[in-house]
Design a protein around this ligand. Structure first.
Ligand SMILES: CC(C)(COP(=O)(O)OP(=O)(O)OC[C@H]1O[C@@H](n2cnc3c(N)ncnc32)[C@H](O)[C@@H]1OP(=O)(O)O)[C@@H](O)C(=O)NCCC(=O)NCCS
Length: 167
């Protein structure tokens, strides 16, 4: 297994692996469960687009795991250099290759990348139902600092909201 820097041609494979991996642990999928597809787009499209955005934001911060020339996983990162914190928005390993330490090595690779750039802390988010994520991240030294609640409402049209008027 080799961990190497991302290349533009990795994007379709990385998107497919990430979308498949996030089945059951995706906020967008939770939104779709309640509201159905929004604007004609399903949660898979939305999840795939996160990877497009990660690549646009910092393609040098993406690393892929490759076995026999095939991408089997990847991690995306971006850096707040002024704030000193490296962020990990997406991490996924293909189902058949899980439990072999690839996810752990991808995170360690990202943490080394942050250290090389002078960052002092790293941040990752996981859902409360993601027991693998919670186990893995805490075993790598990440400590829970907060739990967040995601809320979505459907916008009603035809009744304009009263605007707030400053005194
Ligand atoms: C999270 C993910 C990237 C981990 O990849 P991986 O290659 O399987 O990771 P590793 O093999 O390095 O480690 C997995 C760890 O989870 C543990 N684990 C496996 N199943 C578990 C479960 N149901 N509950 C708790 N821990 C579990 C393993 O024992 C291992 O821990 P260990 O090294 O202490 O033994 C992979 O599971 C995945 O793609 N999941 C779906 C997408 C996802 O959740 N991404 C992260 C979103 S925050």
């Amino acid at each position: 297994m080799l961990i190497r820097p991302y290349r533009t041609e990795d994007l379709p494979a990385l998107k497919a692996i990430t979308v498949a991996a996030f089945e059951g642990v995706s906020i967008d999928q939770g939104i779709e469960r309640l509201f159905g597809p929004i604007n004609g787009r399903d949660w898979r499209w939305r999840k795939g687009r996160h990877l497009d955005m990660d690549a646009a934001r910092d393609s040098d911060g993406i690393f892929v795991a490759e076995i026999d020339g095939r991408v089997v996983g990847g991690i995306t990162t971006w850096q707040d250099l002024d704030g000193g914190i490296g962020h990990i928005p997406n991490l996924a390993v293909e189902a058949d290759f899980r439990g072999q330490g690839i996810g752990r090595q991808l995170i360690e690779h990202a943490l080394d990348h942050f250290r090389r750039h002078g960052l002092s802390h790293a941040k990752i988010e996981t859902l409360s139902q993601n027991s693998v994520g919670q186990h893995l991240y805490s075993s790598l030294g990440f400590r829970e600092v907060a739990r967040q609640i995601h809320l979505v409402t459907e916008l009603q049209h035809g009744t304009e909201a009263t605007s707030c008027v400053s005194p």
